[in-house]
Design a protein around this ligand. Structure first.
Ligand code: KIV
Length: 286
């Protein structure tokens, strides 16, 4: 039976203890309005994903978004939510140069933007950095498998750890990555773009929750990009995306009806116009 949704504020310890108890829900969010709506919908975690480079800024990949831009969007998301835990995504090159720079940038998300955790991509290669962040009480979500910041090395958005096709040892390496993140103190791991059986194996191997995106049903939770779920992103439709609404078409329809009504004069009607109070008539003096 599905565990009940509670209204209580989602916290890092709450996320950790949900493993095996109830499925976690995560959605990306990039602004105040959608953050409020997602919170009302009972989404547990809002990820201010660097995917905003693609779905908000219109770039072809996630590499170009800056720390300042991520901070700007994180602030809006934090303002919109009451219950959900806000996780800010560390953009490309904000944590790779040195652990000191990673500390500085992760600290900005917590201090300046009000995020409650950060996410960064990588496994064994970032374990030391993760440990440094955790050491100063910055909660960290890991991200392994198809890591979009590695797009040039991978050669595209390709499924990782397939039994055939990938370099031998790729599956073992992903398991090691997951274990290294757990060891370093990450409180959850996003697992992206791996076969469902590998998603299940990783989930069984580590004691912290896995949050899958294209990683099968066995993960402890799921994450999707908000614009995909709402049918706002029309350009790409990966296999793992399920559209729960068609807001792109609904938006175009609403906007074209508005434009037609402005052109025809149907809008604004009296109902949407202010009226002046009638002038007060002064009685003639007798
Ligand atoms: O930036 C993002 O949206 C992400 C999710 C796809 C997990 O990292």
């Amino acid at each position: 039976m599905a565990a009940e949704f509670t209204q209580a504020k989602v916290t890092v310890p709450g996320v950790i203890s949900s493993k095996g108890e109830r499925k976690l829900t995560m959605l990306t969010s990039y602004d105040f309005t959608f953050s409020r709506l997602a919170d009302r919908a009972g989404i547990d975690m809002l990820l201010v994903g660097d995917s905003l480079a693609m779905v908000v800024q219109g770039h072809d990949n996630t590499l170009g978004v800056t720390m300042d831009e991520m901070i700007y969007h994180t602030r809006m998301v934090v303002r919109g939510r009451r219950r959900a835990l806000v996780v800010a995504d560390m953009p490309f090159m904000s944590y790779q140069v040195s652990a000191t720079e990673a500390l500085h940038n992760a600290g900005r998300f917590i201090k300046e933007a009000g995020a409650e955790a950060v996410k960064l991509e990588g496994g064994c290669n970032v374990a030391e950095t993760v440990a440094r962040l955790v050491d100063v009480d910055i909660p960290v979500v890991g991200h392994i498998g198809l890591t979009p910041q590695s797009i040039h090395r991978i050669g595209g958005h390709k499924v990782q750890g397939r039994r055939s096709g990938d370099a031998p040892g790729a599956r073992g390496r992903l398991l090691k990555d997951a274990m290294a993140l757990e060891q370093a103190g990450a409180f959850a791991v996003v697992v992206e773009g791996v076969p469902a059986d590998l998603g299940a194996e990783i989930t069984d191997t580590i004691s912290i929750p896995t949050i899958g995106i294209g990683a099968g049903a066995a993960c402890d939770g799921q994450v999707l990009v908000m614009h995909d779920v709402l049918g706002l992103e029309e350009r790409i439709l990966p296999k793992f995306v399920k559209r729960y609404a068609d807001l792109a078409d609904a938006s175009v329809e609403a906007m074209s009806t508005y434009a037609e009504e402005v052109r025809s004069g149907a809008f604004p009607s009296r109902a949407h116009s202010y009226s002046s109070p009638r002038p007060v008539r002064l009685r003639k003096a007798q």
